[in-house]
Design a protein around this ligand. Structure first.
Ligand code: FES
Length: 325
């Protein structure tokens, strides 16, 4: 792929968008059906087939990766691709499509980037919202990179001033400035081992992006999500997690609610960690993704490493933005 110089292998039977994703290369995409034109590239050299018309594609023609199969070595020109583990954050102006309250203090925000074709990101990454005269505010992207719109879950309450300012700006304006993508605790492709996801509060958003993405990749390894909240009403998309549990065989959902135990919430991370440890998993052969406060993430990491998890199998953005001294 030019100009990035990235390379990937594709079998004769798979489309180029799926093959690139399998290699961890992020390509802008949404419809996977030749309609949105986000995955457009130019065929520089080689022979390729349009899977809809079953016609060969000539050199120098535009093609959609999701609707193309390789008939041999190909050279493609496509600007906005991103290798696994790589990112360069850039500023974008996003239009507000929808903002609605989905719990007593969480808003679901949907944004559309007019320049969506120029943005690649991996499932599980986050963005910042830039407002004049305030520090950037960071939020996980809750939608899969394969979707056209970006979804955010913003917890805003009068005490949480910066998030409240973002919600006020989004409600009162038609567009907002984003810097995207950020974060290395993400999935560039479907992992080859079972996954354990542990989220506290709106840390669920990061997990949702990865679950939405994995559901489209044919991921068949066991995937468990522990979601810890203080009170029942804080589990703002419990019905969605329950629906994945019932309808997607690899997935199991284990809610952990502070109210269910006679404790005060200061012990919540212990409660979540105890629930995770109680599964008695083979800690050697899994990958863990964690999202929550630094205290929760480091308590979990220490407990799992002590139980036998290799430290290199534990991923969280906290390790990057709140490194332990
Ligand atoms: S044209 Fe929409 S993803 Fe390929």
């Amino acid at each position: 792929m030019q100009p990035s110089g990235l390379m990937f292998r594709a079998s004769e039977s798979e489309d180029l968008l799926s093959a690139a994703a399998r290699s961890g290369i992020a390509v802008p995409s949404a419809c996977r059906n030749g309609v949105c034109e986000l995955c457009e590239a130019i065929l520089k050299h080689g022979q390729a087939l349009n899977t809809r018309s079953q016609q060969p594609i000539s050199e120098a023609r535009h093609l959609m990766l999701c609707r193309t199969r390789a008939l041999g070595h190909l050279e493609l020109e496509i600007e906005t691709v991103m290798a696994a583990g790589e990112y360069t954050a850039r500023k974008f102006q996003a239009n507000v499509v929808d903002v609605r309250s989905i719990s007593h203090d969480v808003f679901r925000v949907e944004l559309l980037l007019p320049r969506r074709r120029e943005l690649s990101f991996h499932a599980g990454q986050y963005l910042s919202v830039i407002l004049p005269d305030t520090d950037p505010c960071y939020f996980s992207i809750a939608s899969s990179p394969l979707e056209q719109n970006l979804e955010l879950h913003i917890q805003a309450s009068p005490e949480w001033v910066s998030a409240q300012k973002v919600i006020d700006a989004i409600k009162s304006g038609s567009s907002v400035t984003l810097e995207v993508p950020h974060g290395r605790a993400c999935l560039a492709s479907a992992p080859a081992k079972p996954l354990l996801m542990v989220a506290a509060g709106t840390g669920f958003a990061q997990m949702k992006s990865m679950v939405d993405y994995l559901q489209t990749t044919g991921f068949e390894q066991p995937l468990r999500l522990f979601w810890g909240v203080r009170r029942h009403e804080d589990m703002y998309l419990r019905s969605l997690a329950q629906q994945w549990h019932e309808q997607w065989p690899p997935f199991s959902f284990l809610p952990v609610v502070g109210d269910d135990e006679d404790n005060d919430w200061s012990g919540h991370h212990d409660q979540l960690v105890r629930a995770v440890l109680a599964t008695g998993q083979d800690w050697q052969g899994i990958q863990v993704m964690a999202s929550g406060s630094p205290v929760m993430v480091y308590t979990l990491m220490d407990a799992l490493v002590e139980a036998g998890l290799p430290p290199s199998a534990f991923f969280s953005d906290v390790l990057e933005y709140a490194p332990r001294k």
